[in-house]
Design a protein around this ligand. Structure first.
Ligand code: HEM
Ligand code: MTE
Ligand code: MO
Length: 467
């Protein structure tokens, strides 16, 4: 057998583009797959996501790779072995509140490491209708709490009901398991586009602060009725949620939704303990989170410790002083958070995931792909796509689940195939229409707001067609 040179992971990491050669590792072996990139049946862009690192976390998501012919093919590109590695320095938990955070998938596009905020790359976002748990966007405001499932208790309380304390086995056994396919979207999805108009405050999310999962858990409705709260309450009432994650002042992450939504059998609000058939991952709220379908992600409180029925909205910063929309003229000197309602149902949204901005696409048939979704259970009835900046349009093909009327909680994935001429410059645009015939605004300027939320203008991607 040939003797191969030995490389460190650091040396492999330097080979991340065709210009620097594209290296990947598998087990303890190193491969130079530069010449394979364009031959990859799953697309060149996918291989580049793993460039400079290990293939295993990516192959774990796409089972097509667990066939012998794939490894055989890879073997042709072997160039070296990994050096036996020194143990990584162990972070000091006392110094770093984030030291206990869970491991994450290397494919995630990180917007902030501490707290962890990351989105899947657009190239993978619409690869599957259900987002793999490892690629589901993560929006944490604080360190991930370490929860012992044996001592975990969920408290349910409020006036006129019984105070309940539920263990995990009680939550699982006393209430029927209900499953819902629902998309979660952060209010800040596509904020980066808003910042290009004028700077805003917040994480620079691209188009990936949105993902879809099949959630399993108890209906919030069943738990509220079991605790003695009725089908209806007179006057204004809310259900407030608190997480186990606390800020330095000891205040938990919190949010609330109107009582009517919480108790409605058609709103499908869950106390979820499962995500895509697995127990909730730590980043997504282990052991129990709220899932409020059709509503901004901020209300789907993770690491849930308390549910409280209250005449007032959650007192939390994130309900009172964040996640609200304002007129474009409002700035940080004039903003008065009391004047705007907390965001609940989100407006209609869509984005192009393929091709990516600036790509050089081959002439012939171009496949344009993306997602579309609307809040409040409003189904997406159409997605219009233009290749000429919005002068002419064609309706895309939609793929998704068949929802019950008014309960379209999950996105649709869409695709349009069109011939494109060599040398052309394209401005690809998409816009979705929901069941109420709500449409997206054509430009960002008129919906600009200081916090960069609710960014849902037509998505535009410029590409050139190669000669
Ligand atoms: C498909 C090899 C990296 C995503 C395939 C297939 C092969 C292959 C041989 C076709 C399998 C079949 O249908 O029998 C490789 C090799 C890689 C690599 C040698 C590393 C150098 C990746 C990475 C990703 C990925 C990093 C994801 C980030 C996919 C997908 C398909 C696929 C989604 C399915 C395409 C389809 O069915 O439309 N790959 N792959 N691959 N690969 Fe990879
Ligand atoms: N719940 C707690 N306890 N702490 C948080 O930081 N972030 C919220 C919400 N629930 C958050 C939380 C926000 S702003 C969003 S968009 C969603 O969780 C993101 O859920 P995900 O990380 O599972 O995608
Ligand atoms: Mo969010």
């Amino acid at each position: 057998a040939p003797r191969y040179p030995v490389y460190t992971r650091e040396e492999v990491r330097r080979h991340r583009s065709p210009g620097d050669r594209v290296w990947v590792t598998h087990g303890t072996e190193v491969f130079d797959v530069t010449d394979f990139v364009e031959l990859h049946p799953g697309g060149a862009d996918k291989v580049l996501l793993a460039a400079g690192g290990a293939l295993e976390p990516f192959w774990a998501l796409y089972a097509v790779h667990s066939q012998p012919h794939v490894l055989e093919l890879l073997r042709e590109y072997k160039v070296g072995e990994l050096s036996p590695e020194e143990a990584p320095p162990s972070p000091d938990a006392a110094q770093d509140p984030f030291a206990g955070d869970p491991p994450r998938h290397p494919g995630m596009r990180v917007n902030s490491l501490k707290p962890f905020n990351a989105e899947p790359p657009a190239e993978l976002l619409t690869e599957s209708f259900l987002t793999p748990n490892e690629l589901f966007f993560t929006r944490n405001h604080l360190p991930v709490p370490a929860v012992d499932p044996r001592s975990y208790r969920l408290r349910v309380e409020g006036p006129g009901g019984r105070a309940l304390s539920l263990s995990l086995p009680e939550l699982r056994s006393r209430f029927p398991k209900h499953e819902v396919t629902a998309t979660l979207q952060c209010a800040g999805n596509r904020r980066a586009e808003m910042s290009r108009v004028r700077p805003v405050k917040g994480l620079p999310w691209d188009i990936g602060a949105i993902s879809t999962a099949r959630w399993g858990g108890a209906r919030l409705r069943d738990v509220l009725l079991h605790a003695g709260f009725g089908e209806r309450r007179d006057g204004e009432w809310h259900v407030c949620f608190e997480g186990l994650d606390e800020d330095v002042g000891g205040a938990p992450y919190g949010a609330s939704i109107p009582y009517g939504r919480a108790v409605s059998p058609d709103a499908d609000v869950l106390l979820a303990y499962e995500m895509n058939g697995e127990e909730l991952p730590r980043d997504h709220g282990f052991p129990v989170r709220v899932v409020v379908p059709g509503v901004v992600g901020a209300r789907s409180v993770k690491w849930l410790r308390r549910v409280a029925v209250s005449p007032a909205e959650s007192p939390s910063h994130w309900q009172q002083n964040d996640y609200k929309g304002f007129c474009p003229s409002v700035d940080w000197d004039t903003v008065d958070y009391r004047t705007a309602p907390a965001i609940q149902e989100l407006p209609v949204q869509s984005a192009i995931t393929q091709p990516r901005p600036g790509a050089a696409v081959p002439p012939g048939e171009l496949a344009v792909k993306g997602y579309a979704w609307s809040g409040g259970g409003r189904r997406v009835v159409r997605v219009d796509v233009s290749l000429d900046g919005g002068r002419t349009w064609r309706a895309a093909e939609l793929a998704g689940e068949r929802p019950a009327p008014g309960r379209a909680w999950a996105w649709v994935l869409w695709e349009l195939r069109a011939p494109v001429a060599a040398g052309a410059e394209l401005e690809i645009v998409c816009k979705a229409v929901d069941a109420s015939y709500n449409v997206q605004p054509d430009t960002v300027g008129p919906i600009w707001n200081l916090r960069g939320v609710l960014s849902n203008a037509w998505h535009r991607v410029r590409v050139t067609v190669a000669r």
